[in-house]
Design a protein around this ligand. Structure first.
Ligand code: FAD
Length: 263
């Protein structure tokens, strides 16, 4: 900490609000009086190296402190102190003026304490078919945040999971067997880096980029105004008008993906 006002942020989702706050401080001429620090339990800025490298460069360029493998233990709001546990298990207390926190997330007890859960507490489903891994519960399927699917939990991921689930579910009802529909781990993190710029991370299992627009617009790791407007204007419209009705297929937009009929 230096003598500038300290503003601390923790974990990945708040990167968006952190960058927007940072941008706002610049635009309102307060960048010299506010010091922004990013505290994260993660070892890097992002799980996918390609995007992480860009965000790390941005962080350094913008003078934002990077404190990785720092897990928030407690907050003493009366004295404005946040205490983090570091990778070596030692604790560090940090003074702050504004603290923006995303608490650690986990499965709800209703699932965690049920026989449907895996060791981590999520509904244990096959990562490709989305059907429960235990044959005893083969009538159970899962998409979204409650599932054990080893990818980033996003609404965008659900748009790719839902057609696979419904295809397999109806195939089982009709033929007794799952179809050839397989989820590839697709997920997307539209990461705001300022008021008019967004890095559009899209990737699949193996943390391998799977970008929709790169072939037309160039690398999606470069924050762009176009992606900002996709997130700000198109996605909310698509969510309310199409996704809730099951008519939005993420990177496929309105076109329902087709799958082989047999596994
Ligand atoms: C800060 C933040 C930013 C995000 N930004 C993005 C983004 O830009 N793009 C993106 O694609 N995704 C984003 N996400 C992720 C996205 O919001 C989630 O992945 C998505 O909402 C998961 O949907 P879901 O239906 O699986 O779970 P949820 O939305 O969590 O829905 C579960 C529902 O179950 C209900 N429930 C819980 N327990 C019970 C019970 N016992 N009985 C009955 N109901 C119960 C809950 O109240 C809730 O309504 C973001 C998430 C966060 C936190």
């Amino acid at each position: 900490m230096n003598d500038r006002t300290a503003v601390s942020h923790a974990f990945i989702a708040p990167q968006k609000i952190m960058w927007m706050a940072w941008d706002r401080y610049q635009r309102t001429g307060r960048n010299d009086t506010i010091k922004v620090d990013f505290y994260s339990g993660m070892p890097t800025m992002f799980s996918v190296k390609k995007y992480s490298d860009v965000l790390e460069k941005l962080r350094v360029q913008r003078g934002v402190g990077g404190l990785f493998q720092h897990n928030l233990l407690s907050v003493d709001s009366a004295n404005r102190k946040a205490t983090f546990k570091k990778a070596d298990d030692s604790a560090v207390s940090v003074d702050y003026t504004i603290l923006h926190v995303t608490p650690q997330m986990g499965p709800p007890d209703v699932i965690k304490k049920s026989p449907l859960a895996d060791k981590a507490g999520w509904v244990s489903v096959d990562s490709a078919t989305l059907r429960h891994t235990n044959p005893e519960y083969h009538n159970v399927w899962a998409v979204g945040d409650c599932s054990s699917l080893p990818t980033s939990k996003t609404a965008a991921a659900i748009t790719a999971q839902a057609p696979v689930l419904s295809e397999n579910l109806f195939s089982v009802l009709d033929t007794g067997k799952v179809s050839g529909a397989k989820y590839d781990g697709y997920t997307s993190c539209p990461l705001l880096t300022g008021y008019d710029q967004l890095l559009l991370a899209e990737f699949k299992y193996g943390l391998e980029p799977k970008e929709t627009f790169a072939q037309y617009l160039g690398d999606q790791a470069t924050p762009k105004k176009f992606y900002y407007h996709l997130k700000k204007d198109l996605f909310p419209w698509a969510y309310w008008n199409f996704m809730l009705d099951g008519n939005w297929y993420g990177s496929n937009a309105w076109t329902r993906p087709t799958f082989p009929s047999t596994a």
